[in-house]
Design a protein around this ligand. Sequence first.
Ligand SMILES: *Cc1c(COP(=O)(O)O)cnc(C)c1O
Length: 382
Amino acid sequence: MKFNTKLLHAGITPDPSSGAIMTPIFQTSTYVQDAPGEHKGYEYARTQNPTRTVLETNLAALENGKHGVCFSSGMAAMDAIMKLLKPGDEIISTNDLYGGSYRLITKVYEKYGIKGHFIPMQDMSVVENYINKNTKLIWVETPTNPMLNIIDIEAICALAKKHGVMVCVDNTFASPYLQTPLDLGADIVVHSATKYLGGHSDVVHGAVIVKSDEIAEELRFIQNAAGAVPGPQDCFLILRGIKTLHVRVQRACENAQQIAEFLKRHDKIKNIYYPGFKNHPGHDIAKKQMRHFGGMVSFDLHDNRMEVATKVLSNTHYFSLAESLGGVESLIGHPASMTHASIPWEERQKVGLTDSLIRLSVGIEDIDDLTADLNSALEQLS
Ligand SMILES: *Cc1c(COP(=O)(O)O)cnc(C)c1O
């Protein structure tokens, strides 16, 4: 089955009791047994739910994995992966990691004796320098947020294999339509399904996909033991969103490309961060490991003052000022005051996250309206 068909058919069959073509929302907490221990594979809804099972099967197919395990949010999914570690273990990750992931490692798991190293992961020799006998996990995010750096998944996985270290890729920004890390050697893929998989800004959800039976068994144990499971309605919404993933992400990528080109010609813009440009340092790797360059574009202004950026952010109409990404509607964000405000100013400057940096999550509106909207906001700067 080809990817675009899997979105609609993998793991999905009409409901046998009614023929309903859509997966029913099994809104139940428990299941009736014929006799003690005699049941249909479902005992209690923290442990299993049929709506969730369909989504987990579908996600495993999309990522070319064997097992999908769903959670109540992207962070709950990451939390389950963190629970595979034990005190003394070390993690290597990127220096521009998603803020919530950075917070979970440093503010929650450091207390339990797990140590994180946050480094530029574009250079394999830098990564190798940080590997020691305690290193258990390399946590990759690519493209990164908000600088849209690209990390070579295949190279990281080869390095990790050599040292017996597990690799997890946060595939939220790319989605399986653009990139399938398990094919490149990763052990674990994690998603905030809140973003592109759901795609309609109406649900918070997380997922983990693996090939290994052992890791899946451990994750399912943690899922059931800790209980951060999604409700059936949320699983239904993710299943519905997934059916259009290919058309949504394709259009978002095409719009993003045109917006990046429009911004490049604009005299108020200083730097544009977009992996689709040939001069982007990760362009060749992005071309190799992604189907397209994604729906995210970041840029900053020649006039680098925060109040100037704020003016742009307040004057767009179709680009709504909000956190999150990956929905059908376009969003605009200001990392320095929003998602990355907790990172010290000096640290932000080091990675290029200036006071005027603006991040776009490009949606699927008409491209002419989107560019006109940005143009009008930028013209108002005079
Ligand atoms: C949003 C996001 C998360 C967290 O997911 P939630 O669903 O909000 O818990 C993790 N990683 C990345 C890259 C994200 O964008």
